[in-house]
Design a protein around this ligand. Structure first.
Ligand SMILES: C[S@@+](CC[C@H](N)C(=O)[O-])C[C@H]1O[C@@H](n2cnc3c(N)ncnc32)[C@H](O)[C@@H]1O
Length: 256
């Protein structure tokens, strides 16, 4: 989506009208920035809001928690793929010589699938919500390649995978195709019952003590399906559940 285009769907936000107005002004300032494009990219922090920056800090914190655990990082619900790129760059910072750290993104790249009776209807899960369009997958692959190539040991490839399709099918299949997988970190950001339950069930046998599962919407009343799925898959004594200090709506689950 270019800066000229408006979103055609609602995303979850608690921002006030005033905050939204300032956010819109930031978009306009970005668009009409006097900085040449390359300089704008180099100085991207000038346009990064605190509510975005905090996501970077949370990811870095979680990276440090799991750095000593072998295995892959999986994101269920990648959308444009910012977290995948962030994780690749955090990998380059926190363990530049670890090219075993495979980072995998799962998404339909076509938005949400249908709701179940355990989900609450909302425009957020509307038919074209969060669809990037399937052609976006090639763009994201290339972007990941560019980031990997510009990092240390960039000549060694193969750290990234994009798994396209409904996770109810792709998540179980992933572990059949890659039976050696250990999951060090999994980020859940789909919000709905059925895909969340399918992916949590698929990863569970591949988690180890200390692995982290980050849940985006565990306590959000608009997405009860995520909590229902979580409670069906994990029992209390299997996990330690912690509110994310910097981002209270996210929940950090550590495997005991
Ligand atoms: C809220 S967005 C993810 C945002 C992303 N994690 C981020 O932080 O930028 C939710 C994503 O889940 C994906 N999704 C929803 N249901 C899915 C399913 N059954 N299988 C795969 N992806 C799904 C949507 O396509 C959408 O991109």
């Amino acid at each position: 989506m270019s800066v000229e285009q408006e979103r055609t769907f609602q995303i979850e936000t608690t921002a006030s009208d005033d905050q939204q107005m300032y956010r819109q002004r930031l978009v306009q300032m970005f668009e009409k920035s006097p900085l040449p494009l390359g300089e704008r990219l180099f100085n991207i922090g000038m346009y990064t809001r605190s509510s975005i920056l905090v996501k970077f800090l949370v990811m870095s914190d979680i990276y440090l928690r799991v750095r000593d655990i072998p295995g892959q990082f999986l994101e269920f619900g990648t959308w444009w793929g910012q977290n995948l790129i962030l994780l690749e760059n955090l990998r380059a910072i926190h363990e530049p010589f670890n090219k075993q750290r495979v980072i995998v993104g799962f998404d339909t790249f076509d938005g949400y699938t249908e709701l179940s009776d355990k989900d609450k209807p909302s425009e957020v899960w509307g038919e074209n919500s969060y669809s990037t369009g399937l052609s976006y997958v090639d763009y994201l692959r290339e972007l990941l390649e560019i980031h990997e190539g510009s990092n240390v040991l960039g000549q060694i490839r193969g750290c990234h995978r994009l798994i396209v399709g409904d996770v109810e099918k792709t998540a179980p299949k992933y572990f059949v195709d890659h039976p050696q997988t250990i999951v060090a970190f999994a980020y859940f950001d789909m919000g709905l019952y059925k895909p969340t339950k399918a992916a949590l069930s698929a990863i569970k046998p591949h988690l180890v003590s200390g692995s982290v599962v980050l849940l985006d919407e565990l306590t959000w009343s608009e997405s009860p399906g995520e909590a229902v799925a979580f409670k069906e898959v994990f029992s209390r004594d299997e996990v330690r559940v912690e509110k994310c200090a910097l981002y209270p709506s996210k929940t950090i689950v550590t495997i005991r």
